[in-house]
Design a protein around this ligand. Structure first.
Ligand SMILES: Cc1cc2nc3c(=O)[nH]c(=O)nc-3n(C[C@H](O)[C@H](O)[C@H](O)COP(=O)(O)OP(=O)(O)OC[C@H]3O[C@@H](n4cnc5c(N)ncnc54)[C@H](O)[C@@H]3O)c2cc1C
Length: 482
């Protein structure tokens, strides 16, 4: 048996808080207490009429409520976390949770966990039959996170010291599963529930209609707060190329691509030069495709993951334009002039480019080397397809056996979210404004193109804000007041 690395003497307020905070950072402790209870000073050695002002009397992650002390599973868990916890997944409650979260990807999980740590219950509606479905079902096998693990953790759950610096897809899926268990999100999860409409009704609540995809039955959920955590990568986008229907070979979207299996010896065209397209092209080239070409229509900021992770912390101290200049200098040293090989850079630097919503830099994991060596061919925009021959801008014509469309996704939240007033989520899914808070109790989580860091920041903001609003209105519908 492996002994915990920390011994805490006494289970008074300080001992309890120290153990809880260590646990939330994944560090086990043993608490030695000579009495037969926690908080024995308060329980046994204080006079009956003693009172404390609540706002000066809270322990970390557990605000004092006007109602009886929090009893939610996540609170119990926060106080007694062990690295291999098993938690009760059922909880008797006779009041509806005050928050509905749509989507159980990283953002939805983080929002539910952070709310629970504030003693606020939520229900999480997820269309798929699992948490983290984008990572589990719609990502290729060789995918690794682009950012190092300390930039890819959700709140209150850092990655283990012995985890690799850049996590694989499978590793990250296991992390999401463990996160859902650790913060008892599964107890709040309704899987296979597709939200079809959400609107604010006159009594000050959000009314959310979902369909149980298992039974086909319609369900109605109501709550004071609604968190949209359905991501930006939802509906596949495939361009309408003239003649596509005449192509006799296989055509798939990047979300359906797993590996180069079945592509050996074939001439494959990858359409799109974002991170997925570039890495899938590399996977095909390494996996034995007969030939591999990638369509690059516009400009692209090529970067290494080391440059990216070294640049991000600089943004805290230096103006964005300066970080852009330093980053471009480093890129120039590593890659030289990428335009010579068909990959021209945008006029603005990579971080300004990201900030204006124009795109995300491509983290090169070996594709550029294959392009320079001619193993991957760069082609311009497609103009049409004539059976197995694809035509390109400039008149080039090439024959292919398969086409993979790495042409992105569309956010679908606006299909069901009936939002009024200042829009929190634009019609095309593009978000404006920095705050994830909208009007009438509406929030968005993880939709501002800031990756997993943004998912975590939004979740913490939302949990703080909702908890504060519930407390200040004396609202006791957090689900802990039963
Ligand atoms: C190939 C790929 C690689 C990536 N790599 C990185 C990376 O390395 N680092 C990084 O920070 N980010 C990366 N990203 C971005 C990544 O998508 C996000 O960081 C993260 O998954 C966002 O989480 P999310 O919960 O906001 O959205 P998602 O993970 O997309 O989760 C949204 C959930 O909402 C559900 N949903 C959608 N509509 C409905 C509905 N109507 N009703 C009910 N449920 C619904 C979906 O089924 C899904 O489970 C990558 C994205 C892709 C596609």
């Amino acid at each position: 048996m492996c002994a915990p690395p920390v011994i805490i003497v006494r289970a008074g307020l300080s001992g309890l808080a120290a153990s809880a905070c260590l646990a939330l950072r994944g560090v086990e402790s043993v608490v030695l207490e000579r009495d037969n209870c926690v908080g024995s000073l308060w329980r046994k050695r204080a006079y009956d009429r003693l009172h404390l002002p609540k706002h000066h009397s809270t322990l970390p992650h557990a605000p004092t409520r006007t109602t009886p002390p929090p009893t939610s599973p996540a609170h119990a868990q926060a106080a007694s976390y062990s690295p291999h916890p098993t938690m009760s997944t059922t909880r008797a409650t006779n009041s509806a949770p005050p928050v509905i979260i749509v989507g159980a990807g990283p953002s939805g999980l983080a929002a539910s966990a952070c709310l629970a740590l504030h003693g606020v219950e939520s229900v999480v509606l997820e269309r798929d039959d699992c948490v983290g479905s984008l990572w589990r079902k719609r990502a290729y096998d060789r995918l690794h996170l682009h950012l190092p693990k300390h930039h890819s953790a959700l709140p209150h759950a850092p990655h283990a010291d012995d985890a690799p610096a850049y996590l694989s897809r499978d590793h990250f899926v296991r992390y999401l599963d463990a996160y859902a268990d650790r913060f008892a999100v599964r107890a709040r999860l309704r899987l296979r529930r597709e939200v079809r409409s959400a609107r604010f009704v006159d009594d000050g609540r959000w009314e959310v209609e979902a369909v149980d995809l298992g039974t086909g039955e319609a369900e109605l959920y109501t709550a004071r707060f609604l968190v949209v955590a359905t991501g930006k990568f939802d509906e596949k986008v495939v361009p309408a190329v003239p003649g596509l229907d005449t192509f006799p070979g296989e055509t798939i979207h990047a979300s359906e691509y797993r590996s180069a299996e079945g592509m050996q010896g074939k001439a494959v065209l990858v359409v799109g030069c974002g991170n997925s397209g570039m890495e899938i092209a590399l996977d095909l080239a390494e996996g034995g495709a007969g030939s591999c070409s990638v369509v690059v229509r516009g400009e692209v900021h090529l970067m290494t993951r080391e440059i990216m992770s070294a640049s991000i912390p600089l943004l805290r101290f230096l103006p964005l334009w300066m970080v852009d200049r330093l980053t471009l200098l480093a890129c120039r040293l590593v890659f030289g002039d990428t335009a010579k090989h068909g990959l021209p850079r945008p006029a603005v630097g990579p971080f300004a480019w990201m900030q204006q919503g124009s795109g995300y830099p491509v983290i090169d994991v070996g594709t550029y080397d294959k392009i320079k060596k001619g193993r991957i061919q760069v082609l311009p925009a497609m103009t049409g397809i004539d059976r197995d021959v694809v035509e390109f801008a400039g008149g080039g014509r090439h024959r292919f056996d398969a086409i993979i469309f790495a042409t992105g996704y569309r956010c679908t939240a606006k299909n069901w979210l009936k939002e009024e007033g200042d829009e929190l989520i634009g019609k095309d899914g593009k978000v404006t404004g920095k705050s994830p808070k909208g009007e009438k109790g509406l929030y968005r989580a993880g939709m501002a193109a800031r990756g997993l860091t943004g998912s975590g920041m939004d979740a913490e903001f939302i949990a703080d804000d909702i908890s504060r609003l519930l407390q200040s209105s004396g609202d006791e519908e957090s689900g802990n007041a039963d």
